[in-house]
Design a protein around this ligand. Structure first.
Ligand SMILES: [Zn+2]
Length: 283
């Protein structure tokens, strides 16, 4: 059985002019459909779930559309799109699947912009954080997006239930993640470092995690590390296969939530590669 994909066409309804546009997810879904994945439709996250992560004033501002910044537009009905993506993450956590929805989430902190970033980097609600809080288990969040998840770090810094591990390109947006802090382990990498250096760093990162007590692995799955994408670390499909294999070696119930990745064709193939290798090497 393949890992199920959480998806709905509803997430395609906004922002066709933006780099974080519907095509990236639409094309990825088409690739995965061709490769016989099953798709499940989520429900939107409740306000109660959002408030486990975000301040009520911020949730209100998203609802009222008062969240425009240079990267992250206040689209009509963005509150509904954003809470739908958060609901997708909740469902992925429940079924141990992959949430293929937009907008992404890992730059969104409890009040929006996180750790001094200028913008929210295409994010509204922190989908992963909402899912992890709702689950309430001891969790390792592995963030493989090419950007540092400053929102996720801000939300979980000092939280005894969570270990956050991020590999990302540095220096780059949002400028954070140069060093580790407490339960947030950061591994900055140079532009286009390539599969080999990346996987070596991932091995080192995972060797630093105390897996005792970890009940769930939650993967913030961004694909903008792919060669030529927005935060390229020069990864190829083969590199994503290596990532899947290493996630399987952690031997925990695991779910995945889409973050970045702006070439839909690549995103679809990379997701397949990661999930196939994860499945193949899982016990
Ligand atoms: Zn990114």
């Amino acid at each position: 059985m393949k890992i199920s994909i959480v998806y709905s066409e509803k997430c395609l309804g906004y922002g066709s002019w933006h780099v974080e546009g519907p095509e990236r997810v639409k094309k990825a879904q088409e690739v995965l459909k061709e490769r016989s994945y099953a798709f499940l439709t989520p429900k939107p996250a409740s306000e109660e779930d959002l408030l486990k992560v975000h301040e009520d004033e911020y949730v209100w501002n998203v609802k009222k559309g008062l969240v425009e910044d240079g990267d992250t537009p206040a689209y009509d009905n963005i509150f509904e799109y954003a809470r739908f993506a958060a609901g997708g993450a909740i469902m992925a956590a429940k079924i141990k699947g992959f949430s293929l929805l937009r907008p992404p989430g890992h730059h969104a902190g409890s009040c929006g912009r996180a750790l001094g970033s200028y913008t929210r980097g295409f994010c509204y609600f922190n989908n992963m954080a909402v899912a992890v809080r709702r689950l309430g288990k001891q969790t390792l969040i592995l963030d493989i997006d090419g950007h540092h998840g400053n929102g996720t770090q801000e939300i979980f810094l000092g939280d005894e239930k969570v270990t956050y591990v991020s590999l990302h390109r540095h220096p780059n947006f949002p400028g954070t993640g140069a060093v580790s802090e407490g339960n947030c382990l950061n591994f900055p990498l140079w532009a286009d470092c390539g599969d080999e250096a990346y996987l070596k760093t991932l091995d080192e990162a995972l060797s630093k995690v105390d897996l005792n007590g970890v009940e769930v692995v939650a993967v913030s799955a961004g694909f903008d590390t792919h060669v030529g994408d927005l935060a390229s670390l020069g990864l190829t499909e083969k590199g994503y296969g290596g990532i899947g294999k290493r996630i399987a070696s952690l031997n925990r119930p695991t779910f995945f939530v889409l973050e970045g990745g702006y070439n839909g064709e690549h995103v679809g193939r990379d997701i397949d590669e990661i999930l196939r290798n994860f499945k193949k090497h899982s016990q």
